[in-house]
Design a protein around this ligand. Structure first.
Ligand SMILES: [Zn+2]
Length: 272
C-alpha cells in the first residue's frame, strides 16, 4: 500500500489509521524565491522531504498544503498569501479531521518560517480540544549546525534551498540567474540583520519589514553583511551535493518520526 493518503481508498485509509497513530503533514507556501527558484519552492521542498520519509518509514503522508502566510513577500508577483487566521483555521480543521480517525501524533514538515505562528496556534487548540500532540519540523532547524561555505542553511533562496530544489524539481531552478542579496542597509546606526531584526549598539531590536525593504532580488542572506561572505557563488551546488544534503534531512526526519510515535507528555495537573 502506498504511504500517500491521496492514493489510498477510504477502506485502506481506515486500515492505515488503525495501524498507526502518526501522520505527516507537509506544508509550504507559494511565494517569490529570488531570481532563480520557482515560487512553489517552499511547498515543493516540504513535499519532497515528506514523500521520501513516507517512502522509507511507511508513515502516512497527507497531501501538501501549498499556501501559507507570505504577506511579507507580496510586492513580488506570483506570491499567493493567506492571513495567519485563515491558515490557523485550515490547519486546525485538518487536525480535527485526523482526530476523527484515531490519529494522535502529527509531524509537520513545514517549508516556510512565516507559517510557524499559525501552526503553533492550531496545534495548541488541537491539544486543548482533543489531546493531540504535534511537532513542527523545519529543514533549516535540522541543519542548524550546518555551515554552507560561511552561510547558514536558512537563507531565503540560498544554498540549502537551491540544493533541495535541485534534488526535488530541477525544472524550477534557473541556476544561471542565481544571486543572493546582502541585507540592504538604510541607516548608519540601525543595522538591518534581516527583514524582522536589526542591531542597535550592542543590542538587537525587532522591526517587522517586508522582504522588498531589505532585498532587491527577493533572495536574502537573513544575516548582517558583516557575518556572511559578500559574494554569492552557487557553483558548488551540484546535484551530488544537493542529494547528500537532502539525505541528511530525510534521515533525521525518519529517526524523529519513529521516536515521536511513542512520545508522551504527562500534564502536571492531570486528573485522576
Ligand atoms: Zn523558501
Amino acid at each position: 500500500m502506498s504511504f500517500e493518503l491521496s492514493n489510498m481508498t477510504w477502506i485502506e485509509a481506515r486500515e492505515r489509521f488503525g495501524a498507526s497513530k502518526l501522520a505527516i503533514v507537509p506544508i509550504g507556501s507559494t511565494e517569490q524565491h529570488g531570481h532563480h527558484l520557482g515560487v512553489g519552492a517552499d511547498w515543493i521542498q516540504a513535499w519532497e522531504i515528506a514523500r521520501r520519509v513516507g517512502e522509507r518509514t511507511g508513515v502516512t503522508v497527507l497531501p501538501v498544503m501549498p499556501y501559507g502566510v507570505s504577506g511579507h513577500h507580496k510586492e513580488f508577483p506570483g506570491t499567493i498569501t493567506l492571513t495567519p487566521e485563515t491558515l490557523q483555521e485550515v490547519i486546525f480543521e485538518i487536525l480535527e479531521s485526523l482526530d476523527r480517525y484515531g490519529v494522535e501524533r502529527v509531524v509537520f514538515m513545514n517549508g516556510h518560517g512565516g507559517n510557524t505562528g499559525a501552526l503553533t496556534g492550531a496545534i495548541k487548540e488541537a491539544r486543548e480540544d482533543f489531546g493531540m500532540l504535534c511537532a513542527i519540523c523545519h529543514w533549516w532547524d535540522i541543519l542548524l549546525k550546518k555551515d554552507l561555505w560561511g552561510h547558514p542553511a536558512e537563507e531565503h533562496a540560498g544554498y540549502a534551498e537551491t540544493s533541495f530544489m535541485l534534488a526535488s524539481r530541477p525544472e524550477a531552478v534557473r541556476m544561471e540567474r542565481a544571486v543572493l542579496s546582502p541585507t540592504k542597509q538604510v541607516d548608519p546606526e540601525i543595522q538591518l540583520v534581516r527583514a524582522g531584526l536589526a542591531r542597535f549598539r550592542d543590542g538587537v531590536v525587532r522591526i517587522p519589514l517586508s522582504t522588498a525593504d531589505v532585498s532587491e532580488t527577493g533572495s536574502m542572506t537573513e544575516a548582517h553583511p558583516d557575518d556572511v561572505p559578500g559574494t554569492s557563488d552557487y557553483s558548488m551546488i551540484t546535484l551530488e551535493f544537493s542529494e547528500a544534503l537532502m539525505e541528511e534531512v530525510v534521515e533525521w526526519m525518519c529517526a524523529f518520526v519513529a521516536e515521536f510515535e511513542g512520545f508522551e507528555v504527562t500534564p502536571l495537573m492531570s486528573k485522576g
